[in-house]
Structure formats: structure tokens, C-alpha cells
Design a protein around this ligand. Structure first.
Ligand code: UTP
Length: 413
């Protein structure tokens, strides 16, 4: 059987006849491109993921327990000095690397272009999100007399634009030799009937497969091997959209080292028991971020003897790992979640359809689902006003307006 016929058989088996019709309309060159893409897709996996969207999610509520944390503001002076010194030693020794996850679509913000290229209106002139992150890293470099290797993860969709933007702005003064940009893996988008969407280029439309893809993409891109060669022992992984993110917090790093854990995270306390954020806990004895949809209301309201929420430590995408931990996770398979999203596509007549309502599923794995592979996690509670000002939504909570206020307040202090 030739390649084309083989491809057609696969498409028939998985009920993707609309792609067979498309294939037959294309010229030879485009046919070959599409065939190559189809051969690279795991249709069995996509079918399973699609079928899962029709099933009820099972919550294993009974086995949830609170997790221990240390409050940065309440550390004794000795403890703080000890952690800071330990952390500082690691950074000064060149054993610390930072990864920024910038492969998201940023659909809620609605900015044209990669999220890192969004300009936040601060101090009159404004600053790009990438610029703000660079400033944070440059400050650490100056303080600890090093240049921290910086790895930026993009998606196939936004890679070219990200590279062009950073080049144009000369990496905001960061030493370019220490910046590595790598792309994450993707999965096809599927409509409500399980049919794969077609994009404007007459190829199957794919999108980044969630920030949980960071680990395997670090391995596949060769970045992990490079880190090991450089002698990196600790890796920080953070998001692109928190303008108060501290990417080189020596207290967090020293605490992780002191506690001999493989993974650590900075949290901030929930604004109220019903805030829609994931919180740290333990499930079946393993660390886990429990989504607000998974945490029963009663548990969300539980308080300890000091009046603190038992499940109050929110996950803010401020995570730290030993290099061994990254290596271990990168070989595991993370579970996928489905997000019902609006995605444009090309219909059978070749017309582009821009939906007004969610029309398709995007499959994503989450960075925090990897915590379950470990027995323990060290959590350092930071402060919302110092550590957390996300740019997620166009308006309202976690929007450019709230991030601007928090950013300026922090820097005016
Ligand atoms: P979010 O889950 O908030 O997604 O990402 P988003 O893409 O920024 O925004 P929406 O949901 O489409 O509105 C949290 C962090 O994870 C990164 C994002 O770039 C952000 O830093 N991310 C997300 C990836 O790197 N890859 C992905 O596939 C998804």
C-alpha cells in the first residue's frame, strides 16, 4: 500500500473522512505535507482524549489532606539567614537555571501575539511582560555575580514571533548567549463531534499541549542534556504572566536544599475560601494541586487552630526542581485535561469560520500534575503583594489593570 492509501485507511478507521476529502483536493506538494502530519499524529490517543470529554470527572475527595508550609514572613532570623546563604551559594556556583513557560495561547487576555509581548501600562512608558521578567533576572545576576541560563519555552504557533520580538529588543539587555528558546509539543484540536479541525494552511490544526508539556519538551529539545552538561543542579520553572514573579528567590532555593526535597514551590494565601484557584494539598500521601472544582466547599472553609485556612496555599506557577526531578518527570506521562475553547477553522468549502462560542476541545497537561510523582514538596508562603500579580483576563480580576496597580505599589515601596 502506498503512503497515501495507508493514510486514508487511518483516517477511515478514526472517522476523519472530512480530511480524506480535503486530501483529495490538494496539490501534490500540499498532499505530501498533510500526509506527513497525519503520520505523526497518534489517533488512538486523540480518540481516547476526545472520549474522555464525554465522561464525568471522578473526584477522589476522601483522601485529601493539608500540606505543610513555611511562611516566609514568619521565619526566624537564623532560619532566614541559613536558607538565604544556602540558596545564594547555589546561584553563585552557576548551578541554577530558569525556565519561562511562554507557550500558552493567552486566549482570555485577547492580545494579538505572544503574551510576553504584551505591554503593561506602568510608569507612563509601559513595560513588556518579557521586559519585566528580564529585569528580575538581571537584578539577580548583578546581586550574585553570575549570568543565569534562561530557557524560554514557546509553541510552534508563537515561536517565530517571540524570537523576532526578543531579537528586536536585543533581549532587553540580557546576554543572548545565555538565552535558549525551545518549542513545546502540540496536539490536534478536536471539534464537538471528535473531528480534527483544519487550519488556514489546509493542515490539521494543532495547539500547544499545556504547560505540563514543559518537562518532556525540555528533554526532547536537548535543553535538559545541556543543563546537565553545564552543571545545573536546580531548575526554576515559572509562567510568563506574573509581573511580580521572583525567579531567583534564595530563600525558596535554600529551603528546598535544607529540607532535602526534590521539588519546592512558592504559594500565596487564598484571598478567600472560595477564590477560584488551585491549592496545595496531599492526595493519597502525595503532593497535589487541588483544583477549586475538586475541593469540597466544607474543606475549602476549614481553618486550623491559628485561624489559617487548611487548604489556603494557592499554586502560583512558581516552582523549583532538582535536575534529577526534571529528568524523572520528563520520562513520565502526565494526564491530559480538556478545555472547551473557541478555535477558528476552515470548513469543507474552504471558508474560515470564527466561532462565537466554544466549539472545540484543546488537550492540556498541567505542570502541577507532576507533583504526584514525589513523596514530598517544600512550600514557602510568600505574600500576594510581593509575589503575585498575574495578567490573565482582559478586564476585572487578574487583568492588566490589577497587575499595573500591584506592580507600581510594589516598586513604590
Ligand atoms: P494559562 O493556563 O494561564 O494559559 O498559562 P494562557 O495560555 O496564558 O492563557 P489562556 O488560558 O489561553 O487565556 C499559564 C502559563 O503556562 C504557559 C503560559 O504561557 C503561562 O505562562 N503555558 C500554557 C504554556 O507554556 N504552554 C501551554 O500549552 C499552556
Amino acid at each position: 500500500m502506498d503512503k497515501k492509501q495507508e493514510t486514508i485507511e487511518i483516517l477511515k478507521e478514526y472517522n476523519q473522512e472530512h480530511i480524506i476529502r480535503l486530501l483529495n483536493k490538494l496539490n501534490k506538494e500540499n498532499q505530501e505535507k498533510l500526509i506527513k502530519q497525519i503520520q505523526s499524529i497518534d489517533f488512538h490517543q486523540i480518540t481516547e482524549l476526545y472520549n474522555n470529554t464525554k465522561k464525568e470527572i471522578e473526584f477522589k475527595e476522601g483522601k485529601i489532606e493539608p500540606v505543610k508550609y513555611l511562611d516566609k514572613a514568619k521565619l526566624s532570623e537564623d532560619q532566614k539567614i541559613k536558607f538565604d546563604e544556602l540558596g545564594e551559594q547555589i546561584i553563585r556556583a552557576g548551578q541554577y537555571a530558569v525556565v519561562t513557560m511562554a507557550g500558552g495561547q493567552g486566549t482570555r487576555l485577547g492580545h494579538q501575539g505572544p503574551k510576553g509581548t504584551f505591554k503593561l501600562d506602568v510608569y507612563g512608558k509601559g513595560k513588556y511582560l518579557f521586559e519585566i521578567l528580564t529585569e528580575n533576572l538581571k537584578e539577580a545576576n548583578q546581586k550574585y555575580d553570575v549570568t543565569i541560563p534562561w530557557y524560554i519555552m514557546t509553541s510552534k504557533e508563537n515561536n517565530a514571533e517571540t524570537v523576532e520580538f526578543l531579537e528586536k529588543h536585543n533581549y532587553f539587555g540580557y546576554n543572548k548567549n545565555y538565552v535558549t528558546i525551545f518549542t513545546q509539543s502540540e496536539l490536534p484540536l478536536v471539534d464537538e463531534e471528535g473531528k480534527l479541525l483544519i487550519g488556514k494552511d489546509f493542515m490539521i490544526k494543532e495547539a500547544s499541549d499545556g504547560n505540563g508539556g514543559t518537562y518532556s519538551s525540555l528533554r526532547a529539545s536537548g535543553c535538559l542534556a545541556e543543563m546537565k552538561e553545564k552543571g545545573i543542579k536546580w531548575v526554576f520553572i515559572g509562567g510568563v504572566d506574573n509581573v511580580l514573579l521572583k525567579m531567583a528567590d534564595v530563600t525558596l532555593l535554600g529551603m528546598a536544599k535544607d529540607k532535602k526535597v526534590q521539588i519546592a514551590s512558592k504559594s500565596v494565601v487564598k484571598a478567600n475560601p472560595h477564590e477560584k484557584v488551585g491549592v496545595f494539598g496531599k492526595m493519597n500521601g502525595h503532593p497535589k494541586v487541588i483544583e477549586y472544582t475538586e475541593l469540597p466547599t466544607k474543606m475549602a472553609e476549614l481553618r486550623d487552630r491559628n485561624g489559617e485556612l487548611k487548604y489556603g496555599e494557592s499554586h502560583i506557577m512558581c516552582n523549583l526542581y532538582t535536575i534529577e526531578a526534571i529528568e524523572k518527570i520528563s520520562k513520565e506521562v502526565l494526564m491530559y485535561h480538556s478545555a472547551h475553547k473557541k478555535n477558528s477553522y476552515i470548513d469543507e468549502s474552504g471558508k474560515e469560520i470564527i466561532p462565537e462560542e466554544p466549539n472545540s476541545y484543546k488537550f492540556e497537561s498541567f505542570i502541577f500534575d507532576a507533583f504526584e510523582f514525589f513523596d514530598d514538596i517544600a512550600i514557602l508562603r510568600g505574600k500576594r503583594e510581593d509575589d503575585f500579580a498575574p495578567v490573565k483576563n482582559k478586564d476585572g480580576v487578574d487583568s492588566p489593570k490589577t497587575a499595573k496597580e500591584l506592580y507600581e505599589k510594589f516598586w513604590n515601596k
